[in-house]
Write a protein that binds this ligand. Sequence first.
Ligand code: TA6
Length: 306
Amino acid sequence: MMDVEELNSKFSFSERENSLQFEVGKGGIPIVKIHNFQASAVISLQGAQILSWKPTGEDEVIWLSRDAVYTLGKPVRGGIPICWPWFGAHESEPSFPSHGFVRNVLWEVVSTEVIGPDETEITFRLRTDELDVKYQKLWPQSTVVEYRVSVGKELKIRLSTFNRSDREMTITQALHTYFNIDDIGHTRVYGLEEKSYLDKTEGNASKRQEGPVTVEHEVDRIYLDVNNDLSIDDGVRKIMIKQEGSRSSVVWNPWKDVAKQMPDLEDEGYRKMLCVETANVADDVVKIEPNEGHCLQVSYNLKKKS
Ligand code: TA6
């Protein structure tokens, strides 16, 4: 792993309208700060986890817990954690970490690019063969994972998985985005009306969504057959979500009691966050043949309310 100085000499730029700089972040974990005419962003090299995306003149779009813990190898509460190569608990090994392990490890930076004054791109990579043996034990199949983030008026992200082994590979995954919202009480998620979902708070009972999603208690759901765009309306602005390579979406808010039990989530934090996750879970598992790949993509942009 390169240190911050090496990363800067290889990948940084600093022009008036477009800058990208690495620095040592909290807990000694390297972060990259990106700034252009349209937006700024902060991404941790641990988990290639986006911690902030703020279009110019707008409030922060990504929620990050005030009480998040920054320790190498431990997941950070908030931002956009990448859940890979399984979502939630491992299906047969209860001792394996929740949501896979790539959010806990440092990713390699492959390239940075100025697309123009309005857009900056960075690509991260993880080769599972090169990870610490403790992680290779969790996932012995040789895999290359690439994560491209484009920062601008839109935040565009693409998670690509390439099977470099000689057997078919099965993964579940999610871009576990924590959105910063005005208040959960007047927030609605559109695009999931009439969809079937699995309700994790009731033993994965199968249910049907009536109207837009509202949150008045703990919500932990996997929506099925989602092949359309979504939006979050918090009464102040609309966050538009365009997804590709996914047929399932997760909506999560821990609500008061669960939040109280989470040491890295401040007590009232649940009112300011909502996870709407672009995923491949439940009946939407991804099978990848040797030397083939799969891309999961999502883009976000804001619409001001008139
Ligand atoms: O995406 C929803 C979920 O799977 C919930 O069940 C909840 O546990 C959440 O993710 C957070 O998981 P984490 O492992 O980051 O604490």
